[in-house]
Design a protein around this ligand. Structure first.
Ligand SMILES: Nc1ncnc2c1ncn2[C@@H]1O[C@H](COP(=O)(O)OP(=O)(O)OP(=O)(O)O)[C@@H](O)[C@H]1O
Ligand SMILES: [Mg+2]
Length: 397
């Protein structure tokens, strides 16, 4: 008997694979439905890597009524294309592109806007900033005599509200910014968040949803929604939790009932995956139906198939810079460390270390606490690195 393969990314036929999250969906829909009453909420979604933020958002956007337009951007894609050198201008361009995509299948005025902005977009790719035509069609007064970024950002930030106002059938625009923690790598992330804040304040029909692999306590969360952050705590913050034991049971029963566990085997499985769907799926894909998984068998499979189970880390590891890797390896090797010790164990200057520790914290890979110092937040990353060292004799380059 074959076991169905569970997806590792977010599949296009996701309805078939999506499980539960009823409460979260209901809550988020309520917030977004306020757009119909000209109330725009700004939302921040946090949660562990692989917990299902992107999947949940795809499901949510898919279920919104037709009078709400949606745009989705993944900053890691813009970031990847730039080989690590992220610029505000690129994010703005990308944002406008995806907002305009939302008008692709419309007719009448919205179709006109779509076509004009498409032409405009191809011009900015060629670095020809001509805002006249595009500005005119939406009634956006683009300032003269300022730099291009200022013009572009004004146009982009006003775009969604203007779109809503130019159509009787549209009540709201939802814009999702996924992997937003990478905004932390702009030269001035604070001003980027303040810019968005300054526009959203006067827009009653535009909701932004920021989400990414970022821990609740990281600096970037403070920067966007802390007391002194751009949104000053006014954003609605929703943390997506791992599946509970009961949910994992329900999930497995519904999607891969062929896998048989003993009670303690299931408990061990839950301990290994910690209820995170990304690990549950990749673990299940290594299992077979002819087996009864008890505690020992689960432990054995976990260690034998470590590479497959932690597959997402191979890709993420590849995106880390050599300096980031050096810091992570030092912490895995020597355990949690205070600043002064870490400065000795790595071959990095004081300033560089400070900068990259911030970046790693924003990525949810490292966490700081007063008693232990810096430690690895992602247990599965630590397990994977230790496993690689044991098998190969060295850490992955
Ligand atoms: N509610 C769910 N039902 C079924 N599978 C899920 C669910 N949520 C997540 N998954 C699965 O878990 C994996 C990870 O989900 P997803 O990519 O959405 O996580 P994420 O929180 O966005 O992770 P990252 O922080 O790395 O972006 C995907 O393969 C997805 O199919
Ligand atoms: Mg995601």
């Amino acid at each position: 008997m074959n076991i169905p393969i569970l997806p590792l990314g977010v599949p296009s036929d996701f309805e078939k694979y999506f499980y539960n999250r009823e409460k979260e969906l209901k809550k988020l829909k309520n917030h977004l439905n306020a757009l119909n009453e000209d109330v725009a909420e700004q939302i921040l979604i946090t949660g562990y890597r692989g917990v299902g933020k992107t999947f949940l958002l795809k499901k949510l956007l898919n279920e919104l009524p037709d009078n709400i337009l949606v745009a989705y951007i993944d900053i890691s894609r813009a970031y990847g294309n730039q080989k690590g050198n992220l610029k505000e201008e690129l994010i703005m361009h990308y944002l406008l592109d995806s907002m305009n995509q939302a008008l692709k299948d419309s007719s009448g005025t919205l179709k006109n806007i779509h076509n004009t902005v498409n032409t405009f977009l191809s011009k900015i790719t060629l670095k020809q900033y001509d805002f006249k035509e595009a500005g005119n069609i939406l009634g956006i007064a683009v300032p003269e005599g300022h730099d291009d970024y200022e013009k572009l950002s004004k146009f982009v930030m006003e775009f969604p509200q203007k779109v809503v106002e130019s159509s009787d059938n549209i009540q709201g625009f939802v814009i999702v910014i996924d992997e937003f923690q990478l905004i932390g790598e702009l030269e001035n992330p604070t001003s980027f968040f303040w810019l968005i804040r300054s526009y959203t304040q006067n827009q009653d029909n535009v909701s932004y949803i920021f989400t990414g692999s970022v821990s609740k306590t990281s600096e970037i969360i403070q920067m966007i929604n802390g007391q002194n952050g751009a949104f000053g705590g006014r954003m609605i913050q929703v943390n997506i939790d791992p599946f509970s034991k009961g949910e994992v049971k329900g999930y497995l029963k519904e999607k891969v009932k062929e896998i048989k566990f003993t009670e303690d085997g299931f408990n061990r499985f839950y301990e290994c995956t910690r209820g995170i769907p990304a690990y549950i799926n990749s673990f299940c894909n290594t299992m077979s139906s002819g087996e009864i998984y008890n505690n020992e068998k689960v432990k054995e499979t976990f260690s034998e198939k470590m590479d497959q189970i932690t597959v997402m880390w191979i890709q993420i590891w590849g995106t880390l810079s050599p300096t980031e890797r050096e810091i992570v390896i030092s912490i895995v090797d020597n355990g949690p460390q205070k600043w002064s010790k870490l400065l000795k164990t790595v071959n990095i200057s004081r300033n560089t270390l400070a900068k990259y520790l911030d970046i790693l914290k924003n990525k949810g890979i490292i966490i700081f606490n007063d008693s232990e110092g810096y430690k690895i937040e992602e247990k599965m990353l630590e397990a994977w690195l230790k496993h690689k060292k044991k098998v190969n004799g060295y850490y992955p380059p």
